[in-house]
Ligand binder design. Structure first.
Ligand code: HEM
Length: 453
């Protein structure tokens, strides 16, 4: 079973790069803390990311015009009864027990602390879809694909569940998946909002850095408001930070090129409050701190591991205007990449210091996509979708457990991508990629790692 888990764990990297991950130096952390290196100040200016507030580009003006629900399906509806998210009774906040699993995602941690997800941190696909719809208005297709991916790559194939934190308890003699806390380069990626890059924090990419949290809120400091455009800038700046601070910075297609920037949009799209006056939503420092389990005032913040909460008297986006994979995630990423091209990075540092080298899209996609057409129409969604598809094994000959996980993932992909049609591609060319040291960095959890942070 261990080899099965390892095999599935290798799938995502195989999707981008089929070479089997070898273990490099496995620097590990057994605390919920962040290193001095991670909290080191590293200034990146607006000018560094090509932004001049007095003369924004057309794409930056369009990016700033997005409301909190995203540019393709802005929220226009408001119903207090439908959008109110209870934080009492069965949904009262409870701190996680020492054995409950919590991890790098404040959205999941808060949902579990309020009983919208299983409080022990181990989720089935059905729980994931129902709970995230109720708590945040995440669409069935997006929750389905994210949950199925977590089961296939980091979850337990026997029970078809996944952990929102570290490894689940073993089922008898069988190893379960590592959970999303220890899914570096598979699910979890560099350049996060408040979490450190794994390598510069001794392998721990789930503990919150107060310094990074302050960098994120800085973008909204002037008027105490965060929005899609400000967070697009925060992502572009953090990408510069990762490249400059982390010799092992590496951006595979799924984790760092898609999940990491999407998480910035998730804050705005699913943590904003909605009112009759502001159906499009707004997000201030108080709400941002509540979700992320942070107290204090800018720039002096303190993190309280595992205490992520949903604010009281908070109204999520309407169920009729949910955040979906295509209208939400890909729609907003295209706005972001157009406005701040520095935020699209598919590659990594090559020399073990801080020299970034991107992957040549034309070579990689055997000529089908290139830097010009990648962001036209559905091409970027197709590029990601086809790349992951290619990495999935031949289900007919695989072990039944792998077959079940892959079939589940294929089904969810089919649902999420049913509205787009993609050009046929012969194959992705994984050969001759630059020597990215971070590509092989895959830290494991120490046996005494705390579970609820
Ligand atoms: C099945 C659903 C979900 C899965 C599997 C998932 C998984 C993850 C993972 C693996 C990360 C780490 C990414 C990184 O390295 O930056 C992450 C981060 C994040 N997620 Fe989720 N997530 C889910 C749903 C949500 C929802 C519903 C929200 C918002 C309400 C959310 C908000 C965030 C945020 C804000 C971060 C960045 C945290 C930080 O950098 O401090 N996620 N999530």
């Amino acid at each position: 079973m261990k080899s099965l888990t390892v095999f599935l764990a290798a799938l995502q990297s195989a999707a981008a790069f089929p070479a089997v991950m070898e273990s490099l130096s496995k620097r590990q952390s057994n605390t919920c803390t962040t290193s001095a290196k991670c909290n080191e100040q590293y200034e990146v200016t607006d000018a560094d990311i090509g932004y001049n507030p007095n003369a924004p580009t057309a794409a930056q003006i369009a990016s700033a015009g997005r409301n909190h629900c995203g540019n393709l399906v802005p929220c226009t509806l408001f119903s207090a009864a439908e959008q109110y998210v209870s934080t009492s009774g069965a949904n009262a906040f409870q701190s996680p027990k020492s054995t409950d699993l919590r991890g790098p995602c404040p959205g999941l941690n808060a949902a579990a602390n309020h009983g919208y997800l299983a409080r022990n941190g181990v989720q089935s696909l059905a729980q994931t879809i129902t709970g995230l719809g109720q708590a945040y208005g995440m669409s069935v297709d997006l929750a389905g694909i994210l949950g199925a991916y977590a089961i296939a790559f980091d979850g337990d194939l026997v029970s078809m569940t996944w952990s929102i934190g570290g490894p689940q308890a073993k089922l008898g003699a069988i190893d379960s998946g590592q959970g999303i806390s220890w899914s570096h380069n598979k699910y979890e990626g560099d350049t996060s909002i408040s979490r450190c890059d794994a390598y510069i924090n001794n392998g721990d990419a789930h503990s919150l850095s107060p310094t990074r949290f302050a960098y994120a809120y800085y973008e909204g400091l002037e008027d105490d408001r965060l929005d899609m455009d400000k967070f697009a800038r925060a992502f572009a700046k953090n990408t510069h930070r990762s490249i400059g601070q982390n010799p092992y910075y590496f951006a595979p297609l799924f984790s760092t090129t898609l999940v990491s920037p999407a998480a910035y949009n998730f804050v705005i799209a699913m943590m904003s409050n909605h009112t009759a006056d502001q159906p499009g939503g707004y997000l201030n420092e108080d709400m941002f701190k509540t979700f992320f389990a942070v107290t204090g005032d800018y720039p002096n913040y303190e993190w309280h591991p595992g205490q992520d909460r949903i604010p009281d008297n908070w109204y999520r986006r309407p169920s009729a205007q949910p955040y979906t994979a295509t209208t939400g995630v890909f729609g907003d990423l295209l706005s972001e990449f157009a406005a701040y091209p520095d935020s699209f990075r598919f590659g990594g540092n090559t020399d073990g210091v801080n020299t970034y080298t991107g992957i040549n899209i034309r070579d990689f996609s055997s000529g089908l996509y290139n830097a010009q057409n990648l962001f036209e129409g559905d091409n970027f969604a197709c590029f990601v979708y086809q790349n992951i598809q290619q990495g999935l094994p031949d289900v007919l000959n695989a072990n039944p457990l792998v077959t079940a996980a892959v079939t589940l993932l294929q089904k969810q992909f089919g649902i999420a991508f049913s509205a787009i049609s993609c050009p046929a591609i012969s194959e992705f060319n994984n050969n001759n990629l630059p020597p990215y040291p971070g590509r092989s960095y895959s830290p494991n959890p120490p046996s005494n790692a705390p579970q609820n942070c």
